[in-house]
Every structure is written in structure tokens, then in C-alpha cells.
Design a protein. Structure first.
Length: 149
């Protein structure tokens, strides 16, 4: 079932977004609803990336940890998929992979900082598909980044 939004309601939401949204969220809004660019989203997304290649600094708004975490890095990958980002050679992608291979939060393809260990990277090198599964409590998200190599 598709719901229609009144133009006045859309304009109210648009005004709220322009007044209150974080720059990244506003860039995402304009990408989806105002013919904005993916490059603009990418620019703001990079502000959340740490030196180790992972993401932190409340990219996922409920996690105020400034350090790189698997859940915030997974959120970054979701955003990249959202804007159909497909530059496999981009430095941001290479840095994400370096973070995932670093052993900091991952050990033998498993994330060691979540409530229960789960397989994070079944095929990091040499494969055409990377699966990231993040579990917190009983909630599991499955994200896919295809053809990184």
C-alpha cells in the first residue's frame, strides 16, 4: 500500500530537515528528495571516518562513541549502498577493508566486540561478495557490499 503525502506536509518536513538535520542527514535528504548528489553525501560521510578506516563519532546516532566500531562502519556501508556508490577503488572503500582486516574488532572473520560472536567477513579477499552481519541482542542486520574487488 502506497501512502500519499500532502505537499504541505512534505514542505513542513523539508523545512524541519533544513533547520535541524545533521549535514550528512540533510545531504541524504536532498539526494532522495531534492535531486542532490551522491558526492555531497560521500563528502559528509567521510567526516565520520577515523584514521583506522572504521567509522565512529555518532554516525549511527545512538552510538556516541568517537572510536571506530563495527556497527557504525556497517551504517557507513548502508549509506554507500543507499547512494549506489560503486567506486571500488575509492580510498574510503580501501580504508573500510583495512579496518575490517585490522584485527582491532575482528578476529578470524568474526566480530569480537558485540554481544555474541558472529561471522562478519566470510570472503574478504578474493571473493566477489562481502557479507557483514551485525548482531546486537536479538536484532540482526545483514548488509551486503557486492563486487568490492
Amino acid at each position: 500500500m502506497t501512502m500519499k503525502l500532502l505537499k504541505s506536509d512534505f514542505n513542513s518536513i523539508k523545512t524541519w530537515m533544513h533547520r535541524n538535520a545533521r549535514p550528512l542527514d540533510l545531504a541524504r535528504w536532498t539526494y532522495h528528495f531534492e535531486n542532490g548528489s551522491g558526492e555531497n553525501v560521500l563528502t559528509y560521510l567521510q567526516a565520520y571516518q577515523n584514521q583506522d578506516g572504521g567509522f565512529g563519532h555518532a554516525l549511527e546516532p545512538d552510538s556516541w562513541n568517537p572510536n571506530s566500531t563495527p556497527i557504525q562502519t556497517a551504517t557507513a556501508i548502508e549509506i554507500l549502498e543507499e547512494i549506489h556508490f560503486d567506486d571500488k577503488q575509492h580510498l574510503l572503500i580501501k580504508q573500510i577493508l583495512n579496518f575490517m582486516e585490522s584485527g582491532t574488532d575482528f578476529e578470524e572473520g568474526r566480530c569480537k566486540t558485540l554481544f555474541r560472536p558472529i561471522t562478519i567477513i566470510p570472503m574478504l579477499r578474493g571473493g566477489t561478495r562481502i557479507q557483514i552481519a551485525i548482531a546486537e541482542g536479538n536484532i540482526t542486520q545483514r548488509l551486503y557490499w557486492q563486487d568490492l574487488y
